[in-house]
Ligand binder design. Structure first.
Ligand code: CA
Length: 230
């Protein structure tokens, strides 16, 4: 059962979201502050954290940074009250998998959590024999859900992992931003395709020797990105 930690100081919203998620079969843990959120993330080991940005004390950004430094593979969805937070939420340092602007429809939150679950699982439908793809210096093991460069594992967030997997399964193919939103996020993203660009930048920072001169992930101007094959 997927465990979701809900970090939100407004009790009414927390209860409402909890009821909706439990109805969908999720195991929901609640935290009413950033401090409690960090503590429960450590003790309860959730798969996904739904994190309100506006919290008293430690805010959602700080919580996100703390959680990412502990566990890259954690799924994080941020809730924001103000549209001007979007740029910050999509900031490179936080590594948010998705975000929603309040007020939001709980059905939509459920859809996004389901999409994130697929990223966390990495679509492990493949047979074990077919699970390893090698593009020296890279190797992806989709069965173990691990990614390596020169034999050293690179830790990726659920979203970054799906992006890398998509590239390695389609080397040389120009992938449009919209297509990537669809294939990685799993639905027509109502927001901004900026979330694609930010995640690409994060992946580049992790895998390229020089992220300013990418050798592996090429930008296809006006379209999207391509995994370079020589
Ligand atoms: Ca709040």
């Amino acid at each position: 059962m997927t465990k979701v930690l809900l970090v939100e100081d407004e009790e009414a919203i927390r209860k409402f979201v909890k009821i909706n998620l439990e109805r969908e079969g999720y195991d929901v843990i609640e935290a009413g502050s950033g401090e409690e959120g960090i503590e429960k993330a450590m003790s309860e080991e959730p798969d996904i954290v739904v994190l309100d940005v506006m919290l008293p004390g430690i805010d959602g950004f700080q919580v996100c940074r703390e959680l990412r430094s502990e566990k890259e593979s954690l799924g994080i969805i941020m809730l924001t009250a103000k549209s001007q937070d979007i740029d910050k939420i999509l900031g490179l340092e936080y590594g948010t998998d998705d975000y929603m602007t309040k007020p939001f429809n709980p059905t939509e939150l459920v859809l996004r959590i389901k999409s994130l679950e697929r990223r966390i699982e990495g679509n492990t439908e493949e047979k074990e024999a077919e699970s390893i793809l090698e593009f020296p210096p890279f190797k992806i093991d989709t069965y173990a859900r691990r990614f390596y460069k020169d034999g050293v594992e690179i830790e990726l967030t659920p979203t970054e992992y799906m992006i890398v997997k998509l590239f390695l399964e389609n080397p040389g193919k120009a992938i449009k931003r919209d297509e990537m939103l669809n294939l990685v996020w799993g639905y027509d993203f109502i927001g901004d395709s900026k979330i694609v660009d930010v995640n690409i930048r994060r992946v580049r920072a992790k895998i390229e020797e020089d992220a300013a001169k990418p050798k592996y992930i090429e930008t296809v101007w006006g379209l999207g990105y391509r995994w370079k094959t020589n």
